[in-house]
Design a protein around this ligand. Structure first.
Ligand code: SF4
Length: 314
């Protein structure tokens, strides 16, 4: 059976909510786990991945190996589009490590989207030997805010330190400053500082977006921030707009909230993009892809990895 370009389990063609505002290039989505122990309050995926804990998928590596010859090698494989690929459980199950091994050996381009911490360093040499890019999500530099909105994830300082080490091995990094939530992590100077940190880490791009409300995550957000409920109800449900099943903030407010990130990135000479915002002018989007897919093409290899099997000969 041939399935070039289509979904074949456990690879699925990424098509989030048939999203009218999604600008992601065509790619495969691959998630070794179901559920997610990071339990982010704002997580849009929890309506379908459920459970606030990560569970390894049955026979994942075996099924992956079987599917690999049938998928389109030109498409990027994005690990972690709905469940994080580096939860605590990965230490025991090593499914992400196994997936990386198979993909890199096969010469596939891999994009890793994660809030993972130091556990990723276990796989650093592996990543550096392939066409791999990593896009860590860091929504705030405040450990307190992060603990509240991403209770199960490693603290931002650990994610940043990990990104720095990966970047030093030549693995391309793109920062996701995503989502920005009104009244929580939207302070202009803190957002600018976060982009500066991304630049110091060596990030090639930043991608950013505002929080979009869905009933399940909005309920969790309100429970954690009851003092913001009234303000959010006005911003999202009275003044905001409905797009593709989500409540968005009004466009002018979204532009205002995202401006510090894209302006600082422009100032520092880093590529920038917005995610599902419909803001595609040069002011908000100058990157070659919104998700960092293009970074897998440019994987710069550290000297010591250049001639390894499966790596590019530069
Ligand atoms: S890390 Fe991603 S998938 Fe996991 S809970 Fe947070 S937003 Fe959801």
């Amino acid at each position: 059976m041939s399935c070039i370009g289509g979904s074949i389990y456990p690879f699925s063609v990424f098509d989030p909510w048939q999203g009218e505002l999604c600008t992601c290039p065509k790619k495969y989505s691959l998630n070794p786990y179901t559920g997610c122990s990071f339990a982010c309050l704002y997580c849009y995926a929890k309506s379908y991945i459920g459970k606030k804990s990560s569970h390894p998928k049955m026979n994942f590596l075996k099924l992956m190996e079987r599917a690999l010859p049938k998928i389109n090698r030109n498409l990027v494989v994005n690990l972690g589009t709905s469940s994080d690929p580096y939860p605590e459980e990965e230490k025991e199950h090593e499914l992400t490590k196994g997936a990386l091994n198979l993909l890199i050996k096969g010469g596939f381009k891999v994009l890793i989207t994660t809030k993972g911490g130091s556990i990723m360093l276990r796989d650093a040499e592996l990543m550096a030997g392939g066409k791999v890019a990593v896009t860590p999500t860091v929504t705030t530099l405040s450990e307190n805010i992060a603990r509240k909105i991403e209770p199960g994830a490693p603290p931002p300082s650990e994610r940043i330190e990990t990104a720095k080490k990966l970047s030093s091995l030549g693995i391309p990094i793109g920062f996701r400053i995503d989502p920005i939530i009104p009244g929580v992590n939207d302070d202009e100077s803190e957002l600018r500082e976060l982009v500066e940190v991304a630049a110091e880490v060596g990030a090639k791009m930043v991608v950013t977006s505002t929080y979009k409300a869905k009933p399940l995550d909005f309920k969790d957000m309100v429970e954690a921030f009851p003092e913001l409920e009234e303000r959010w109800r006005v911003l999202y449900f009275e003044e905001g707009e409905r797009i593709g099943g989500y409540r968005y903030l009004k466009r002018e407010l979204r532009e205002k909230m995202l401006a510090p990130v894209v302006n600082e990135a422009a100032k520092l000479g880093i590529e920038y993009a917005t995610c599902r915002e419909g803001l595609l002018s040069k002011e908000f989007f100058n990157s070659r892809s919104c998700d960092g897919s293009h970074l897998t093409e440019n994987s710069f290899k550290h000297e010591k990895y250049k001639n390894k099997e499966g790596s590019e000969q530069l």
